[in-house]
Design a protein around this ligand. Structure first.
Ligand code: 3PY
Ligand code: MG
Length: 256
């Protein structure tokens, strides 16, 4: 089975899956993490320094390690979705999807007709999927994911409408922005009781809509807790955090 097919069936069986989270524009960083026991590697174009070129290379290097790559695009840059899927991303995460209209615009770039308006040109994706062009066209909408981030009050208010958009496969919780939104900008507490309550609400509404929930966890203990709650993909990291933690542990061992 292809990397995409394997990922899609592991998602369908409910996970839990764990993603590395990479903001570095050096694709070799994603490749190094892909060779650890992560199920998937996410390349972050929103807050990381990953640009289109780095994402295209990163997807290939992650695939070389036998793993799927997911890309988080910049806010509102829905057209980047098709490019990332053409480059072989297994799924695209769109940040700050705040309304059904945002979700429809995103899904339009993620899915081929009749579901959406994705334009044809999956050059690298064809090679990675191992599919003939006609088979790719027939299967791509099911093989690749459109994942809408829920991380504002507006998104929570529009949650059922966003979940109802055909072509949105899953929602992704951003606990940091949610904590800022829920506290009216007063706090950054991604593990607060208010955020946990919102997460449970999103899980319940997504279950009712028959859609999956992914989330950014940060620390591995939080990712394990998310997995126990039924979150299908939990992101651990990031690369910068791993680097700093490794450096701090090494320096602590020599008394610094
Ligand atoms: C958030 O927590 O707001 C995120 O977007 C995770 O990166
Ligand atoms: Mg966010």
């Amino acid at each position: 089975m292809s990397i995409h097919g394997d990922f899609a069936s592991r998602l369908a069986s409910g996970g839990p899956l764990f993603s590395a989270w990479v903001g570095s524009r050096e694709p070799a960083v994603a490749a190094v993490l892909a060779r650890e026991a992560f199920d998937v590697v996410t390349l972050d174009m929103q807050h990381g320094s990953v640009d289109i070129d780095a994402a295209i290379r990163g997807i290939q290097l992650v695939a070389g390690a036998g793993k799927p790559a997911v890309v988080r695009i910049p806010v509102g840059d829905f057209q980047a979705t098709s490019r990332m899927l053409d480059a072989g991303a297994a799924a695209v995460i769109a940040p700050m999807v705040n309304s059904a209209a945002d979700a429809r615009a995103f899904a339009a770039f993620a899915k081929f007709p009749p579901l959406g308006e994705r334009s044809w040109g999956p050059h690298a994706a064809l090679a990675l999927s191992g599919l003939a062009p006609k088979d790719y066209l027939a299967r791509a909408n099911g093989l690749t994911g459109a994942v809408a981030m829920i991380e504002t009050r507006a998104a929570l208010d529009a949650l059922d409408d966003i979940l109802a958009v055909e072509g949105i496969d899953a929602v992704f919780i951003g606990p940091s922005d949610l904590s800022i939104a829920l506290s009216g900008g007063r706090e950054l507490e991604p593990e607060s009781a208010a955020v946990d309550e919102a997460i449970d609400h999103v899980l319940a509404r997504a279950k009712a809509a028959g859609k999956a929930v992914w989330a950014y966890a940060g620390p591995p203990e939080r990712a394990a807790a998310f997995a126990r709650k039924g979150i299908v993909v939990s992101a651990i990291g990031s690369d910068t955090v791993f680097l700093r933690q490794g450096a701090q542990a090494a320096l602590a061992a020599v008394g610094r």
